[in-house]
Design a protein around this ligand. Structure first.
Ligand code: FAD
Length: 236
């Protein structure tokens, strides 16, 4: 995915990339997680679970973020940002204030939810809490069995509860999800209930890849996975 475009390309498309959304409300869910509500014309956007919007974070740089909630009639889109403080995107969204204008591109990407499957499992971190928020009401209204596993920094451990999640387990972000032997001992592998589940994995590339490998070896379920960030890599 393109995260940086030359300035002259940006200038050429300035008309189409100009600010099209306004910050309506900012909520600090934790010291490092912000929910921002934007208002704009989103009527032509196609929101699917797993799709992301490309947001402009500087004159030449763009980053992917996910709608946690949207209302096309009201022209509202909520995005949950991990303010990790290492990058231009994180710094930019931390600096936004109510009334500021910004550019939100169309929604596109990879679907990670198959509603026809009864048991649904989701693994993620701070970067995928947004997609988990979009998924939760669908799991409830479709009467599905579901389980969320989140690996989170200590300051964010209460975030799933604050956002109204149920059936979730929070794990410390200590590298455990990069150890196959540790993953195999997790409760989802000790019962047959999850053998044919829909597995959606999104977050740190290394955690997602390791978890995916174990799921592919140990279950018969569909595994949808996408890395959202990788140490040392800008703008996945
Ligand atoms: C499809 C998709 C959907 C996404 N949805 C969301 C979303 O809804 N909310 C969200 O917060 N993020 C989301 N992300 C992740 C986000 O795009 C990346 O974290 C992005 O790298 C942030 O840009 P940045 O400019 O802050 O950091 P970058 O300039 O891209 O990276 C600079 C440095 O920061 C590190 N870094 C990047 N992200 C993190 C992080 N989360 N924690 C610690 N270090 C990090 C990088 O490894 C690099 O070393 C999504 C990514 C994808 C691909």
């Amino acid at each position: 995915m393109i995260s940086k475009i030359p300035k002259w390309v940006g200038d050429l498309f300035e008309g189409t990339l100009r600010p099209n959304a306004r910050v309506l409300e900012i909520s600090n869910i934790s010291s490092r997680i912000k929910k921002i509500r934007f208002e704009g014309n989103i009527s032509k956007m196609n929101f699917q679970i797993g799709y992301a919007n490309v947001l402009r974070v500087s004159e030449t740089e763009y980053r992917n973020y996910t709608a946690a909630y949207h209302d096309k009639e009201k022209g509202i889109i909520d995005i949950i940002f991990h303010i990790h403080t290492n990058g231009v995107g994180s710094t930019y969204f931390d600096s936004l204030k109510t009334g500021d204008e910004t550019y939100i591109g169309p929604s596109r990407g990879k679907k990670i939810y198959d509603p026809s499957i009864k048991n649904q499992f989701f693994f993620g971190d701070e970067t995928s809490i947004g997609v988990a928020c979009a998924l939760l009401p669908l799991l409830r209204s479709n009467n599905q069995q579901f389980q969320f596993y989140f690996e989170l920094d200590r300051e964010n451990k209460n975030v799933p509860e604050l956002l109204g999640f149920e059936n979730f387990t929070v794990f410390p972000k200590d590298g455990s999800f990069r150890i196959e032997k540790w993953i195999i001992d997790l409760p989802i592998f000790t019962t047959k209930d999850w053998n044919n589940a829909n597995f959606a994995l999104a977050g740190n590339v290394k955690s997602v890849q390791t978890f995916r490998k174990v799921l592919k070896n140990k279950t018969q379920g569909n595994v949808y996975s996408q890395g959202y960030w990788l140490e040392g890599k800008k703008g996945l």
